[in-house]
Design a protein around this ligand. Structure first.
Ligand code: PLP
Length: 372
C-alpha cells in the first residue's frame, strides 16, 4: 500500500524551476485560473455555476462559446473539442468526403496524419525547403493542388518542430479560387498571438487549450465560417438537441473551467506578441554566439525554436553521464523542459519567460560550452 502511495504521489520535483518546454510555456495557468480550477475540481462541477440540464444552458458557458471566443478570434462559429487533434479531425470530416485527399505541409504534426486516417482521407504532402530552414512556401501548394486535386488543404501555423510561421494568405487565396476548404492548425498560435479569422481567411481554425491557452486540458477549439456551420453542427437523429460531431457537450469538467478562467488573461497576453518575438530573436542570437545554431526560419517569428547543438553532442560522447548530461546539468541549475537524452538538437520555447530567467538559461549553456 505504501509503495503504491509512493508511486502515485506524483510529486513535482520541479516547482520553481525555469521551464523552457515548448509544450508547457503557453499552458501555464495564471493564479486566478489555478484558484478557479481548484474550486471546480470535483466531477461535473461547471453545473454548479448555474442550474442547467446541458452544459450549453449554463449562461456563462454559452456566452463564452457563442460570443466571447468568436469575438476573440473574429470567427463565425466556435466549439470546444478535446484538443487540436480532434478539431483537425472534425474539420476534415466536415470538409472532405472519405476516400478523397487532403493536402498538408511536410511540417504537419503527427496528429494531422492520424486525423486524416480516421476521417478516411488520403494524405499528400507539400515539401519543406529542408535543412536548415525547413520553410513551407504556400506558393508550393499550387502545383500540388493541380497534381493531387485535394478536397481539403491544411497548413500548420506554426509547426511544433521548428516554429516556422508560413504566410497563410497566398494559400487562402489559392484555396478559395479552387473552392477547396482550408484548415489552419493554430495549436501553437491560438492564445499566444492575435488571430483574426476574417483576415487570415481559413474555413476552419483549430487551437489547443493545453498548448497555448493557459489551460490544464485536454481541451481544444475549433472555429468555422458560417458556410460550414450547418454541416459541422449537424444534430443527432436520436437526440435532436445533440450536435453529432461533439457528442452533445463533450467537454464539461475542469478543462473547460480552466480555459474560461484563463480567458481574460489570454485575451490580454496576445497583445504582447511582438515583444515575445523580439525576445525569441534575441535569445537565438545569443545562442548563435555559443555555437548553438537555430534551425527554422531566420529571423524567427515564433517563440518555439529548435537548435542544432553540435558542441553538446561532442561532449555527450565523452561525458560519464553520456546523453543524459545536458538534462542533468540544466536540472542542477534549476532549469527544466528539454527532452531527456537529446544532445544533437534541442527544442525550447521562450514564451512568457523573463529575460532574466533566459539569461540564466544562456549562462547554463555557456558554462557547458566553456568547461568542456
Ligand atoms: C500538439 C500539437 C497538436 C495536437 O494538439 P492537441 O491539442 O494535443 O490535440 C496539433 N498540432 C500541432 C502543431 C501540435 O504541436
Amino acid at each position: 500500500m505504501d509503495s503504491l502511495k509512493q508511486k502515485y504521489a506524483l510529486s513535482r520535483k520541479y516547482a520553481g524551476f525555469i521551464n523552457i518546454s515548448p509544450i508547457q510555456t503557453g499552458a501555464i495557468l495564471p493564479e486566478e485560473a489555478e484558484r478557479a480550477t481548484k474550486e471546480f475540481i470535483v466531477g461535473y462541477a461547471p453545473y454548479n455555476l448555474a442550474q442547467g440540464i446541458e452544459i450549453m444552458d449554463i449562461p456563462v458557458v454559452r456566452d463564452f462559446i457563442e460570443n466571447d471566443l468568436p469575438g476573440f478570434l473574429n470567427a463565425d462559429r466556435v466549439r470546444i473539442t478535446f484538443g487540436a487533434r480532434e478539431g483537425i479531425y472534425i474539420a476534415m470530416k466536415t470538409a472532405a468526403k472519405p476516400g478523397s485527399t487532403v493536402l498538408v505541409d511536410e511540417n504537419s504534426h503527427y496528429t494531422t496524419f492520424v486525423a486524416a486516417e480516421k476521417a478516411g482521407l488520403n494524405v499528400e504532402i507539400v515539401k519543406s525547403s529542408g535543412y536548415p530552414e525547413y520553410a513551407i512556401s504556400t506558393q508550393d501548394y499550387e502545383e500540388a493542388i493541380r497534381k493531387h486535386k485535394p478536397s481539403a488543404v491544411l497548413l500548420t501555423y506554426p509547426d511544433g518542430n521548428y516554429g516556422n510561421l508560413p504566410d497563410p494568405e497566398p494559400l487562402a487565396k489559392l484555396a478559395h479560387e479552387n473552392s477547396i476548404p482550408f484548415i489552419l492548425n493554430c495549436a501553437y498560435s491560438m492564445g499566444r498571438m492575435p488571430l483574426d479569422m476574417k483576415k487570415l481567411k481559413p474555413d476552419f481554425m483549430v487551437g489547443s487549450g493545453h498548448k497555448s491557452m493557459a489551460s490544464i486540458g485536454p481541451i481544444g477549439i475549433i472555429a468555422a465560417t458560417e458556410k460550414w456551420s450547418e454541416k459541422m453542427l449537424k444534430k443527432s437523429l436520436h437526440h435532436k438537441k445533440s450536435e453529432l460531431e461533439f457528442m452533445g457537450s463533450e467537454i464539461r469538467g475542469t478543462p473547460l473551467i480552466s480555459l474560461m478562467a484563463s480567458f481574460p488573461y489570454v485575451y490580454e497576453r496576445v497583445k504582447k506578441w511582438p515583444s515575445e518575438v523580439e525576445k525569441a530573436r534575441w535569445f537565438s542570437r545569443k545562442m548563435d554566439m555559443l555555437g548553438l545554431v537555430q534551425l527554422g526560419e531566420k529571423p524567427h517569428n515564433h517563440d518555439l525554436m529548435k537548435f542544432r547543438t553540435d558542441p553538446f553532442y561532442e561532449i555527450s560522447k565523452l561525458h560519464h553521464k553520456k546523453r543524459a548530461f545536458l538534462y542533468e546539468h540544466l536540472k542542477s541549475r534549476g532549469i527544466t523542459g528539454i527532452q531527456h537524452g537529446k544532445t544533437k538538437a534541442i527544442k525550447l520555447s521562450t514564451y512568457g519567460i523573463s529575460k532574466d530567467s533566459l539569461k540564466k538559461v544562456l549562462s547554463a549553456f555557456e558554462d557547458i560550452v566553456d568547461t568542456y
